[in-house]
Design a protein around this ligand. Sequence first.
Ligand code: GLV
Ligand code: MN
Ligand code: MN
Length: 418
Amino acid sequence: MTHLTGILTHQASTTAATVTGLLSDIANLGTDTVRGGYTRPVYSTAELDLREWFIQEANRRGLAVETDRNGSIWAWWDTPTKDRSNALVTGSHLDSVPGGGPFDGPLGVASALVAVDILKSRGTNPTRPLAVVVFPEEEGSRFGVACLGSRLMTGAIDPDKARNLRDPDGNTFADTAKANGLDPRFIGRDEVLLGQIGAFVELHVEQGRGLIGLDQPIAIASSILGHGRWRLSFHGQGNHAGTTLMADRHDPMIAASRTVVAIRDTAREQPHARATVGRLQPVPGGTNVIASRVDFWLDIRHPDDAVTAAVVESIHTQAQLIAAEEGCTVDLREESLSPTVHFDPALQKQLQKALPEAPILDTGAGHDAGVLSPHVPTAMIFVRNPSGVSHSPEEHVVDEDADTGAQALADALQALLV
Ligand code: GLV
Ligand code: MN
Ligand code: MN
């Protein structure tokens, strides 16, 4: 936490926070010198420092900070009655993908803090409680399941399954949660907290090219593509790279590679489908070793959940045929599945009234807002990303748009607070 001392000194001397100022205060947390960008997996030193930064910023604003039993941090701006029902909640996440950009998650958190400042500077006296939330493990980069914090809170994942998730080093989520002050016996659906949320509005960097060319800095979300993650494990015969003739091999790397190409071809034939293999792991993983097993993770997205299921089925069949041709076997396991989300039409209308210039966009990226959506009225605001690139160091938001986003979030919250 040594770097945070500097943050405090700097912030104490500033008057009004800006989104850019807040993001520059955390710019050196979790930088990845190998991949570029940021690597901030949940409960890593970097993510813990970010959580601590958030708590300090919330305290500075006089918000009441609480960490719930699933590890989400809540910063409450209470009404005088301290009644927390029908709360208006905003926020996002602070964890990142490996080598991610600076805005995916932190933009929504920083904008929420600035929106609180703006509302306070306008003399707003909320008639309902307002909370800023930070959800853990939104990316699923460490334990494999995206939006783990919001899934646990809403009961979208079985707590036993969550407890037994393992990170790449073999640590269970239960042990990691315990090491970070949670009691893993009590993770899971939080009826009380869920019942307190009257509406959730998440601001997020736009992660594609949706706002480019529209001449607008922000948009309102309509929907999120359904998406899921599957793990394919190809089993073969581990052997010596020099002594094993090509004809004698049962090489799971070949089966896996051919399947990756088949996945690309299958997705290309399906309008609107997106299929990605972004992580592949040979076991044992030696230059002069034919692998005995290759695992890879498949990410598929499509607006029609039935099409997603059909694409997965087709890929599974093709993988089995390819594996057999290579003298290998394959098994496929679903790790997570999120149906297509259509955000609450009434809340969307309220946002459109507060932000009349903002176009309506759908997105292919997943969000905690999508997980909350079946349970509470939920909406999202996107901020323009001129690079059109995300999950990469090239993700970008210009300073002016970042502050316009915070103003828009404040306007939307204000409209909902009265
Ligand atoms: C998260 O950003 C995802 O869409 O995977
Ligand atoms: Mn995100
Ligand atoms: Mn992301």
